[in-house]
Design a protein around this ligand. Structure first.
Ligand code: GAL
Length: 430
């Protein structure tokens, strides 16, 4: 009984995809607790915005093709980067009521939130049986492997360091973005746009990850991939001059953002760019999925975040296998689906991602995906703090908290001090 109550609570916030998928329920009000345990599959994620939900729907369709009799319960909880979903999930996991599979980023998030507390099963045998060790890039395999065992099946790779812009707004102001964009070029454009009364950058800081992600992109631009990665293994000093310069750049960029940013989410910020109310947004390429699902891809241009050409901030999504899943056979089948080339190929264009497998035929990809896939192969790939992989959950939270203060007071020295203290704590507790 507890289980069905719990489902009701979570399914109530899920996306209404049921209309397009007869076997899927957006609400579990009509769930029959006594139903055959293997008749259902409950999937937990935070994919609820337009492009995210469409991507998820593709995964559900791929699963339903293979297992048409299984009813999929979409237990998605809204909130960018999983801010609400991760909290709700912890309640379920600590109460012993896991869904059949849930979304996680690899790296420190996967390890600290799920592997280390014993919520996930090792899926090493599945990895071997499915031939995934030959299908995924080694760097990604490393991020899902702990003590020699795999714990996640990656489905897609997003790029976190992209600036999307409204082509018409730039053209109207005599501006043009080339193959690359430097920080100086961006700063000059921001001044020109300010003179025309247009905020250069759309920010949606209601999502707690949005401003920290902007900052991590600035850090990458200032420090380069090696120096940036050193921030997370503590070989790059947080109290050094490069971090000071990064914070100064962050402050300058924040001078030219939309005034209503505290009340907007990342997708509402992207909507401002689509509507021509702001020129740019710095966001992961789920924002491209958002533009595509709104039919706006022709209006939107893209370039690596100012100063980060040659670097690729990877934001990888994948799915886990819980200890004691309610529907063990379906849970494993789900992982087989999301690990398949077919499902990843169907998912990626809607989500704005590229498939996580490298053995996928890329010839049918749209221009954006071609661009991202070739950069993923050639650029220096680094992990994202804002999306869980690079820093421990506690370290990430401390950075998020310090960033809230910086957004309010713009105090460079105090922000850097908070960041240095957070790194000291994280290093001591690793
Ligand atoms: C990221 C996730 C993406 C996208 C984004 C915004 O953490 O990896 O798939 O959903 O959050 O919600």
């Amino acid at each position: 009984m507890a289980r069905s109550l719990n489902r009701r609570t979570f399914a109530g916030t899920s996306v209404a995809l049921a209309a397009s998928l007869p076997l899927m329920r957006a609400s579990a009000q009509d769930a029959t607790p006594a139903a055959n345990a293997e008749a259902e599959l409950e999937i937990f994620s935070w994919w609820t915005t337009a492009g995210e939900a469409k991507g998820l729907e593709q995964l559900f369709l791929a699963f339903s093709e293979q297992y048409p009799d299984v009813e999929i319960i979409n237990a998605a909880v809204a909130g960018g980067a999983g801010s609400n979903a991760q909290v709700a999930l912890q309640t379920r996991l600590s109460g012993g009521e896991p869904p059949d599979s849930w979304q996680s980023h690899p790296g420190k998030e996967l390890y600290s939130l799920y592997v280390e507390p014993g919520y996930t099963l090792a899926i090493t045998a599945l990895w071997e049986a499915q031939g995934w060790l030959d299908a995924y890039p080694q760097g990604l395999i490393d991020q899902v492997t702990f003590d020699g065992d795999q714990y996640l099946v990656p489905v897609g790779v997003h790029r976190g360091n992209v600036m999307f812009y409204n082509k018409q707004v730039l053209a109207d102001n005599g501006l043009e973005v080339g193959e690359e964009l430097t920080v100086d070029q961006y700063t000059q454009m921001a001044t020109t746009l300010a003179d025309a009364g247009i905020p250069a950058l759309a920010l949606g800081s209601q999502d707690s990850f949005a401003a920290p992600q902007l900052f991590e992109n600035i850090l990458l631009g200032q420090l380069g991939p090696e120096g940036y990665s050193g921030l997370w293994d503590f070989t790059t000093p947080w109290d050094g001059e490069e971090v000071t310069k990064s914070i100064e750049t962050f402050g300058q960029m924040l001078e030219h953002v939309n005034d209503d940013h505290p009340s907007l989410t990342w997708d509402a910020a992207m909507d401002k760019v689509i509507a021509g109310e702001c020129a740019f947004t710095s966001m992961g390429d789920w924002a491209w999925g958002h533009a595509v699902s709104n039919g706006a891809e022709e209006q939107i241009g893209y370039v690596t975040h100012a100063g980060t050409a040659g670097g690729f901030v990877a934001v990888v999504d994948g799915f886990t296998l819980p200890v004691d899943p309610p529907h063990p056979t379906n849970a494993e089948s789900w992982l087989k689906t999301v690990g398949s080339a077919e499902a990843q190929t169907a998912f990626a264009p809607f989500k704005g991602a590229i498939p996580a497998r490298t053995d996928v035929d890329t010839s049918g990809f749209n221009d954006y995906m071609q661009w991202s896939a070739s950069d993923f192969a050639e650029a220096e790939v680094v992990a994202s703090m804002a999306h869980g992989a690079a820093a421990s959950p506690q370290h990430r939270l401390s950075i998020f908290d310090a960033t809230v203060f910086f957004l309010a007071d713009g105090d460079v020295a105090s922000y850097q001090e908070q960041l240095a203290l957070a790194a000291e704590d994280a290093q001591a507790n690793q």
